[in-house]
Write a protein that binds this ligand. Structure first.
Ligand code: AMP
Length: 426
């Protein structure tokens, strides 16, 4: 098969690595890709926002399957446009991608199909939103309805913070993403990420994962796109797993089908394990980054037939196998991230780091120039490792991190701490 992967981050490097291992593959391209992806695929300088250009490339190169990594092209309807041109694509349609593209849409779906989630209100003006917040009290969560590059959520500890967030959103801080604001009950408990594939009819759980959003150790500092992740999360017991499938994932797939907008692709549920059971607080419609990196390391089966089964409505009789060994990834970011940071700094030692037992290094924001690998973004490297235990995976990942010579980079030193603590004192 000829496959075209869209995207340029660590998630796409992990997907490219996994797809490249498929015996079904003839040729893999990635648009636009990065320096690490170039080891697995031929990178092409296509503008993925230009759907006609992507379709033209697919026709010229007899592409059999397009795999869409990030959410923006999904929300823009690239899967629909490819489908109309007769090209198979893995990922949800534009209407199904509203599960991520509109928080209000997802909350309404939860109400309609009795999916457990926090109480909420949807608002298109500040006065009503403020009245609701004052009636509910703090802590409370304020969310821009649309896609805001992971920045549109404010978990407000005080009324003042919530009021400021509402004012900021209606003032246009997130552009049209903030013309509607969703105010949600603050859910307390342990937060986990749950992944499932769907072909529109059937849902199949993938492995669980846990990410670390705050920039500094001990979960301090501002939120980021994710500073590390591990899989599986020991906090999703078999019972909780079954409950999430039965009460959240399956009703979502059934609800989307009933509405005439079946969901095909990866469902990534943000779930809070509350005292009243698991509650959904958000959906994403693609793999998480960096959770995808640990999922790909743990996936034993070929991913390509699984993606085809999603496209073709054949998931019902499908099965995926996983390596039992846990995997962990440490994100190395440019100093200053998630604020301002320098680009173009030199990274050395990647080959040595990759030789650590069980280690695999995926590149996110990198560029190759004159035989050197240079940093080209905020989150730059994903240093991954597997091991017999999460403690061993963690030790190996940091062994690999310490072989990388990149003075302008930094990472958290405590990725996986909850699971490591649990291994020490179960
Ligand atoms: P997001 O940018 O949508 O991933 O949300 C950022 C973070 O906000 C999540 O990872 C959660 O930790 C937190 N969050 C979102 N909704 C809620 C909620 N209803 N209650 C508590 N925390 C929440």
């Amino acid at each position: 098969m000829n496959i075209l992967l869209l995207g340029s981050g660590g998630r796409e490097h992990a997907l490219a690595w996994k797809i490249a291992a498929s015996p079904l593959l003839t040729k893999l391209w990635c648009a636009p890709g990065n320096a690490g992806i170039a080891r697995e695929a031929e990178c092409v300088a296509l503008d993925i926002a230009d759907h006609a250009a992507v379709i033209g490339f697919c026709k010229a190169n007899a592409v059999d399957l397009v795999v869409v990594g990030p959410e923006t092209p999904l929300a823009a309807g690239i899967v629909d446009d490819l489908g109309r041109a007769g090209i198979k694509a893995f990922g949800p349609s534009k209407l199904a991608a509203r599960l991520e593209g509109s928080k209000g849409f997802t909350k309404a779906l939860c109400s309609e199909f009795a999916i457990p989630t926090g109480a909420y209100g949807r608002f298109t003006n500040a006065a009503d939103a403020l009245a609701y917040i004052r009636a509910q009290g703090a802590p409370i969560v304020v969310k821009a309805d649309g896609l805001a590059a992971g920045k549109g959520v404010v978990v407000a500890q005080s009324l003042r913070e919530a009021e400021d967030a509402v004012a900021m959103m209606f003032d246009g801080a997130f552009g049209t993403a903030g013309t509607e604001v969703v105010i949600e009950e603050f859910l307390s408990g342990r937060e986990i990420s749950f992944f499932a594939l769907s072909d529109g009819d059937t849902a199949m759980a993938l492995a669980t994962a846990q990410d670390h959003k705050r920039v500094f150790d001990h979960d301090q500092g501002p939120n980021t796109g994710g500073m590390g992740a591990y899989s599986p999360t020991p906090f999703v017991t078999d019972n909780i797993h079954a409950e999430i499938m039965a009460k959240i994932i399956q009703p979502t797939v059934a609800g989307m089908k009933a509405r005439g907008t079946p969901f095909r692709g990866v469902l990534y549920a943000g779930v809070m394990l509350t005292a009243d059971g698991p509650k959904l607080f958000e959906y994403n419609v693609r793999f998480g980054d960096p959770e995808c990196q640990v999922l790909m390391i743990r996936m034993m089966s070929d991913i390509v037939p699984a993606m085809l089964a999603c496209c073709d409505g054949q998931l019902k009789n499908f099965d995926l196998r996983w390596f039992p060994d846990p995997a962990l990834t440490v994100v190395m970011a440019a100093k200053g991230y998630p604020g301002d940071y320098a680009k173009g700094t030199r990274i050395e030692g990647l080959d040595e780091a990759g030789k650590v037992e069980g280690a695999e290094i995926f590149q996110a924001g990198t560029i190759a120039k004159g035989g050197q690998i240079l940093a080209n973004g905020g989150r730059v490297l994903n240093v991954c490792a597997s091991g017999k235990t999460i403690t061993e995976a963690q030790r190996r990942a940091y062994l690999a991190v310490d072989r990388i010579n990149w003075p302008e980079g930094f990472c958290r030193r405590d990725i996986g701490w909850q699971a490591v603590e649990r291994e020490r004192a179960p």
